[in-house]
Design a protein around this ligand. Structure first.
Ligand code: SF4
Length: 370
């Protein structure tokens, strides 16, 4: 098929199929100039030139993990010198010491010693201390693991966490939603059907999630297209995916990872553009996390379909501990966005308006008066 026919369909707001996305991915470099332009146009009409970012604190409650994913440098085995598990009050103290207390991301690993009671105490402690905050936490993998350990459905775990104050979840751990590939890169983790099931269950309960993909390891373009089609189908059913994020696998220094050259900026730009053409405005937000791509590189992707730069605050992330910057002030991201001739917007984890300090104070006063 002529790629121009696919691009014309995208401009005319018709759905691009997974096969058509695959065809676009396989085009020569010169065709990509047209794909970039169409992706930029689809993004412009979806997001009106607005580029968002979060001012969010990330706290990892444990790095003890039963799995050993090949792309992960974060996990430690129980008893390792660097293994840790934080008590709820320690998580609260970390948030209190952070410059971003209104939006909190809590993630960990598959620690067999942690019970549902621990997770509920953790969310309750954060909610009690920061009643105004948006709490974004626990990947589908963590929820699935906890449900298996407790022998209760994921729905029950999610219900308890929602009741305690959980607002939304990261859609991490999706890696590539193809079980053959998953078996190679993260054999101990959740299977595709289970990941999809937890995410859909969360959405049906009113807990929105993000959507992610990890690329640059052993996958091919067909796997990528299968993956984005699964995400789009979830979105059509539930409407609960607030964003899509491409996470490039960084070969070094993850132990046991296959040696493979790091994804180039051009490859990343092409993937962002095809994903924007594929998702259109069905998944309206494509995040380019500056902390993983580099600020300049992330800003470049704003011209090929991305509309979000990720967050300001990165003490740790489960995948790339040690490779990510610690913190950058909102003003720095705003400046970079303005320089790219876009309009900056600080958002919360589900793309609502960020809670400002003044609004947070008002909410604290209201909660205290109850
Ligand atoms: S990616 Fe998550 S589940 Fe996999 S080893 Fe790392 S911490 Fe564990």
């Amino acid at each position: 098929m002529d790629p121009n026919v696919i691009l014309k369909a995208a401009i005319e707001r018709q759905e691009v199929s997974a096969i058509e996305a695959l065809m676009l991915m396989q085009q020569e470099d010169q065709v990509f100039n047209d794909i970039f332009q169409v992706a930029n146009e689809v993004n412009r009409r979806t997001n009106q030139g607005i580029v968002s970012f979060t001012h969010r604190t990330h706290v990892n409650y444990t790095n003890v993990c039963r799995a050993s994913s090949k792309h992960c440098t974060y996990f430690r085995k129980k008893g390792d010198k660097e293994a840790f598990t934080l008590q709820p009050e320690e998580v609260v103290a970390k948030i209190a010491a952070s410059p971003a207390k209104n939006d909190v991301a809590i993630q960990g690993a598959l620690n067999p010693d942690l019970s549902i009671d621990y997770f509920v105490r953790l969310v309750t402690a954060v909610r009690d201390e920061f009643p105004h905050a948006h709490i974004h936490g626990f990947s589908p993998t963590e929820i699935f693991f906890a449900s298996r350990r407790a022998r209760v459905p994921a729905r029950e775990i999610l219900a308890q966490l929602k009741e305690a104050g959980l607002d939304s979840m990261p859609g991490t751990g999706a890696d590539i939603l193809n079980d053959k590939v998953r078996k190679k890169i993260s054999p101990d983790r959740i299977r595709t059907a289970d990941w999809v099931d937890v995410v859909k269950t969360a959405h049906h309960m009113g807990i929105k999630t993000t959507g992610t993909i990890v690329v640059g390891h052993v996958e091919n373009e067909i796997h990528i297209c299968e993956h984005i089609e699964i995400l789009r189908n979830i979105q059509k059913e539930t409407g609960g995916l607030v964003e899509f994020q491409i996470i490039p696998h960084i070969p070094e220094p993850a132990p046991g990872a296959e040696p493979r050259p790091r994804m180039t900026q051009q490859q990343l730009m092409k993937l962002v553009a095809v994903c924007r053409v594929f998702f259109g405005s069905v998944i309206p937000n494509i995040q380019s996390p500056w902390s993983l791509y580099g600020l300049q590189e992330a800003v470049q992707t704003l011209s090929v379909g991305a509309n979000d730069l990720g967050g300001t605050h990165f003490p740790q992330t489960p995948y790339y501990q040690g490779n990510t910057p610690k913190y950058t002030a909102p003003e720095i991201l705003e400046k970079a966005i303005l320089k790219a001739q876009r309009r900056p917007r600080m958002r919360d984890s589900v793309y609502g308006d960020a809670v400002t300090r003044k609004a947070a104070k008002t909410r604290r006063v209201a909660v205290a008066a109850r």
